[in-house]
Ligand binder design. Structure first.
Ligand SMILES: Nc1ncnc2c1ncn2[C@@H]1O[C@H](COP(=O)(O)OP(=O)(O)O)[C@@H](O)[C@H]1O
Ligand SMILES: [Mg+2]
Length: 366
């Protein structure tokens, strides 16, 4: 689809007002870009750092028309932007990343089919709509396996592990009738991710690859360098760049990868695509001259991308729920940079902020 005639970008509309929208707005402001954030939640973290905001549901066409009139381009902080919302906006002004990125990342079955089409290895997968599909799928992928809703899952929600036949009925019931995907279990030793930015002109830059450690299905730490075997980092970068190019993506895209150790060495299996800035890239704010947030805003605004060189080794730690109750203690830590999202209410499992701890860059390159 051809974009409506682009005008020079001075103001960016951001769909979604969470911490990612907040950090995008902050990064944009440094480049002189104003942000107008649209989010249904009146208490959105991004509102207080954006030039302006609109409180409205994503389906509210009057609000969307108002947003379109006030901004030069629209981007988003989350992949579940309704297709009708993206189409309504795209008829009026450029929406970046475009519809293909949303369509692929919103549905795990479309996503895995897309990855497989690029020759990128994934877990074996089967579509599951009925319990008969589940039985047939299990006969093919075997145990253990994991059943996931095709849409709307995050932080491990909408998933059920199936270790043996006894788990099958509960796993099927957990989908609550939603279309699902069955995946074979990947015996990974580590999880990594690759973050690639693609400009409007098709230029690609890729950040160094972090290793990600989850607790209770929520990202807790990202560390760079990840200490990968020679060649693995290059393979991860090639996956990020192939995905960005095939989606005709504009902005940052993250691909979550499993690292599997085999007798032949490290193998990478792609798990998930996020067509946006990603929690596993928060370290770029402190360890790179240009962060993932700035890279995304540059791309969306049609500006040149920057060199993503990392000047420091770094560990990002998410502050989740009560861990953020007394954040001042982190302020005293040397080599650490605290970032709080301004969320008023602490809830269990809620991402409240993060800390980036940097050290001089080691000679190890990956
Ligand atoms: N096929 C799989 N094999 C092994 N572990 C998996 C598999 N799928 C997901 N997991 C584990 O569950 C976590 C969450 O799954 P993911 O598909 O990334 O969903 P989301 O992050 O959207 O909740 C992964 O980071 C990984 O630790
Ligand atoms: Mg994930």
């Amino acid at each position: 689809m051809t974009e409506p005639a682009a005008r020079p970008v001075r103001t960016v509309g951001i769909l979604g007002g969470g911490q990612l929208g907040r950090m995008l707005a902050l990064a944009g402001a440094r480049l002189g870009l104003r942000s107008v954030v649209l989010c249904p939640d009146a208490d959105s973290p991004a509102f207080e750092v954006a030039a302006d905001h609109i409180v409205a549901p994503y389906e509210d066409e009057d609000a969307l028309a108002d947003l379109a009139a006030r901004v030069d381009v629209v981007t988003y902080e989350f992949e579940n932007v309704p297709a009708s919302t993206a189409a309504f906006l795209a008829a009026r002004l450029p929406v970046r990343p475009g519809p293909r990125s949303l369509e692929v990342a919103q549905d795990r079955l479309v996503e895995k089919t897309f990855l497989a089409g690029l020759g990128i290895p994934t877990a074996p997968f089967r579509a599951v709509d009925t319990s008969a599909d589940l039985e047939a799928g299990l006969a093919e992928v075997g145990f253990p396996a994991v059943l996931k809703t095709r849409r709307f899952g995050y932080d491990g929600k909408g998933q059920a592990k199936i270790s043996n036949p006894d788990d099958v009925p509960a796993a099927f019931a957990a989908m609550k009738g939603a279309p699902a995907i069955l995946e074979g279990w990947v015996p990974f030793s580590r999880e990594i991710s690759v973050l690639t930015a693609r400009g409007l002109d098709g230029a690609l830059v890729t950040f160094d690859v972090p290793e990600n450690e989850h607790r209770q299905h929520i990202l807790k730490f990202s560390r760079v360098p990840a200490g990968l075997a020679a060649g693995t980092e290059a393979k991860a970068r090639a996956i990020g760049e192939a995905v960005a190019a095939a989606l005709d993506h504009v902005g940052v895209v993250a691909v979550e990868l499993f690292l599997v150790e085999t007798a032949e060495g490290e193998r990478l299996i792609a798990n998930e695509i996020a067509p946006r800035v990603h929690n596993s890239g928060h370290w770029t704010e402190s360890a790179c001259l240009v962060s993932q947030f700035e890279a995304h805003m540059r791309a969306v605004a049609g500006l040149p991308l920057a060199d993503p060189t990392r000047h420091s080794d770094v560990e990002m730690e998410n502050l989740i729920g009560d861990e953020a109750r007394d954040p001042t203690r982190f302020l005293a830590e040397s080599g650490a940079s605290l970032h709080l999202y301004g969320k008023t209410e602490i809830r269990q499992g809620r991402k409240m902020g993060h800390i980036n701890r940097i050290r001089p860059r080691s000679l190890r390159t990956v």
